[in-house]
Design a protein around this ligand. Structure first.
Ligand SMILES: C[S@@+](CC[C@H](N)C(=O)[O-])C[C@H]1O[C@@H](n2cnc3c(N)ncnc32)[C@H](O)[C@@H]1O
Length: 321
């Protein structure tokens, strides 16, 4: 379905159905160990909490990635090229793209996100601030093969995938996802992607355990969302947020850990939890620059440039398709 908003934004609505959410939650709670995919964090409240995580002092990825982009804006814009079609899967609040828009003057901007209302609100704010910018927003689940809702002939497509969201995929799935992006942008296109780097586990673990408890609230919001949307009775107060770095696997894992023996009902089905039993809600894989470039090459991209900060916390790559 395509809608035209008052601001002239074209909006393509492919919001996943509630049955997808229900199916994933039931399947995830039936399997052992239990797990629910991270894409379900993002209802309107989850998107709002993610924005607050980005502002916590411990969460270095957002500010570091933005520093890198500010510092190298001209060089980055040169790689992306004038008048491209700029596509951003998982665009969230579309904050980072602001660092590119003036330098790039893209043909059009295509934000894509699973969090429908948050996406629309972000697109409207952008349309107000950049009246010259043509915007095509799409509510989609990017874990499925991606198609551009708008791609005029002869315009080069470039994807922008910041925030190290690539780390949420298992490495094999990351290669498949990057392959989907490469097919989406087509021959001659490109991908600007932010990738979090391996580092001191203390820094990594504190980034996912901020002192103000915003990441904990973000993780626990998944249980509130299940209660709100799926006729469930999770007692979120009886679960605790846990984030730990697994150095062997190179990933931060987030879990919701049951504080006691308890039973939960979701859509009429009962699930028993032992004390300490967890629901695994997210992985964030960390890569060395060469490790990530090898993944990108497996997906058919050619690494062309990489920018990092002085402390080596984060990397931004330009990959040619
Ligand atoms: C970690 S946030 C990053 C937001 C922003 N790109 C940034 O760098 O700050 C992940 C974003 O991707 C969206 N997202 C997560 N899984 C998704 C999926 N499967 N399909 C589409 N969007 C998804 C979320 O709604 C959220 O806006």
């Amino acid at each position: 379905m395509t809608l035209h908003t008052a601001q002239g934004i074209r909006f393509y609505d492919h919001e996943p159905a509630t049955e997808d959410f229900l199916g994933a939650v039931l399947a995830g709670l039936r399997r052992r160990p239990r797990s629910i995919p991270p894409k379900f964090f993002y209802d309107a409240e989850g998107s709002r909490l993610f924005d607050r995580i980005c502002e916590t002092p411990e969460y270095y990825p957002t500010r570091t990635e933005m520093q890198i982009m500010r510092r190298h804006a001209a060089d980055i814009a040169r790689h992306l090229g004038d008048e491209c079609l700029l596509v951003e899967p998982g665009s969230g609040s579309s904050e980072k793209v602001r660092l590119l828009l003036e330098a790039l003057r893209p043909h059009a901007y295509l934000p894509m996100d699973i969090s429908r209302d948050h996406l629309l609100a972000a697109a409207k704010r952008l349309a107000d601030e950049y009246p010259w910018l043509e915007i095509h927003a799409a509510c989609v689940d990017f874990t499925h093969p991606l198609a551009l809702p708008y791609h005029p002939d002869g315009v080069r497509a470039v994807a922008f995938f910041p925030g190290s969201s690539i780390g949420n995929f298992e490495p094999g799935d990351a290669v498949r996802f990057l392959g989907n992006i490469r097919r989406m942008v087509g021959e001659g296109g490109g991908l600007l992607i932010g990738v979090d780097l391996k580092k001191d586990p203390v820094l990594l673990e504190s980034a996912y355990n901020d002192a103000a408890g915003v990441t904990a609230a973000f993780n626990l919001n998944l249980l509130h969302r299940i209660n709100r949307e799926l006729e469930a009775d999770f007692d979120a107060g009886a679960f605790r947020h846990e984030a730990r770095y697994d150095a062997d696997r190179g990933r931060v894992e987030m879990h919701l850990v049951s504080e006691c023996a308890q039973a939960v009902t979701v859509a009429g089905e009962r699930f028993d939890f032992a004390p300490g039993e967890s629901i695994h809600t997210e992985n964030s894989y960390k890569y060395r620059v060469e490790e990530f470039q090898a993944l990108a090459e497996q997906a058919g991209f050619r690494p062309e440039a990489v920018w990092t900060d002085a402390a080596g916390l984060f990397s931004v790559h330009y990959l040619a398709a």
